[in-house]
Write a protein that binds this ligand. Sequence first.
Ligand code: PGA
Length: 262
Amino acid sequence: MNYGRKQIIAGNWKMYKTQPEARDFLIKFLPQLHSDRVWWLDEQKSNHVPDIVICAPFTKLQFLSEILVLAPRNLMIGAQNIHWADEGPFTGEISGQMLNEYNVRYVIVGHSERRHYFCDTDETVRKRVMAAQAHNITPILCIGETKLQRESGVAEDVLTSQLTNALEGIDITNLVIAYEPVWAIGTGDTCHPQEANRMLKHIRSVLNSDRITLLYGGSVKPDNIDELMAQPEIDGVLVGGASLDPNSFARIVNFHLPTPRP
Ligand code: PGA
């Protein structure tokens, strides 16, 4: 039973795609979306249609905000970072009010690449989550253990600590959590769907909520999406590499559906 939780299929483009490449992607991707996976302006809003989110580099946000006016309503723009201040001397950062200019609806926060290469900590992650919510942007908070932590038997403890530190004082009603085991990101070594389900169950018990949307991320591909989405705790996925290719991302969005016409 999923308690009416929102489903989300999010692509994380990371630092990929020039503008012509993004345009080319959309030209090939949009016609492949199954009619059950799109929701147009004039239709009754349905909770059964997942949000399809493209988390693009900052330089694509304006382009996407212009082009997606003509796209299905459930195709949404996501960003990959947000600073906690509205403005200030923070070279290389971006603020919530800037993201609001481009109709950004989701933002990835605490991705392991940000934690590892750019020194994000649970405390800066917490501040970014708060800033997103203050600007009416849904944070996709990423948590996950390393291979060493898993092998040492502390994976659940790592998730508990990342959650409790990053969510201190945070309202969990406008929040999405993505369980992204670090060892599964970009490696092709997908977490077994039943194991991902078990870890999401743990996250749900820490949050004490049946209503929060939980995603799995880490080497999600067209050939494992159906089994992942069949798990009761998995409400969606955060997809890196496979979201760069229009055919594979379309197949992921169309999970459990027959492949549409070529
Ligand atoms: P991947 O990346 O799908 O390429 O493993 C997932 C992510 O980094 O969010």
